[in-house]
Design a protein around this ligand. Sequence first.
Ligand code: S3P
Length: 176
Amino acid sequence: MTSPHIVLVGLMGSGKSSVGRRLAEVLDRPFVDSDDEIEASERRTIAQIFADDGEDFFRDVEARVVADLLGARPASVIATGGGVVLRAENRDRLIDHCVVWLRADVETLCRRVERNPHERPLLGDDPLGRLTRLASDRGALYAEIADITIDVDTRSLGEVVTLIADSIAPTTGARS
Ligand code: S3P
């Protein structure tokens, strides 16, 4: 693969969309968010998809959308949903790309997701408990596919973006 996508992974609230948007500007690449693409293709919100058809259906749509995005050109920055690592077929596709894991403590994530909890059906009415469980279930999966891991707890958006741009420059030919 000559020109892989840069794919941001991590739990809800880790900043994938905000970091991805800014990183794409810095690298002069297109930015795409897989959750937005899912909502556009289904013409309903993620909360509605979960409520109407359940998580398995959502994961089917997610796998299809992610496969399409990873197969498309030009090389882009792609923000994924936190659960993208759950399916082996997604992980198998992601490892062909430059995967950046935005890692954060659950307390940090919880603070951030509480700003708009209704958008995230998996969190229910116990965000801290659910995020703790998700972090333990998924941590090894993120680690398995990540080329670059950035701890975001104490870093500003700009610092995270600069760190990623500096880390990927040698592998993608991008200028930081
Ligand atoms: C999910 C994360 C969400 C969204 C869906 C499921 C998850 O995306 O895809 O609610 O399983 O962690 P964000 O990580 O962008 O919030």
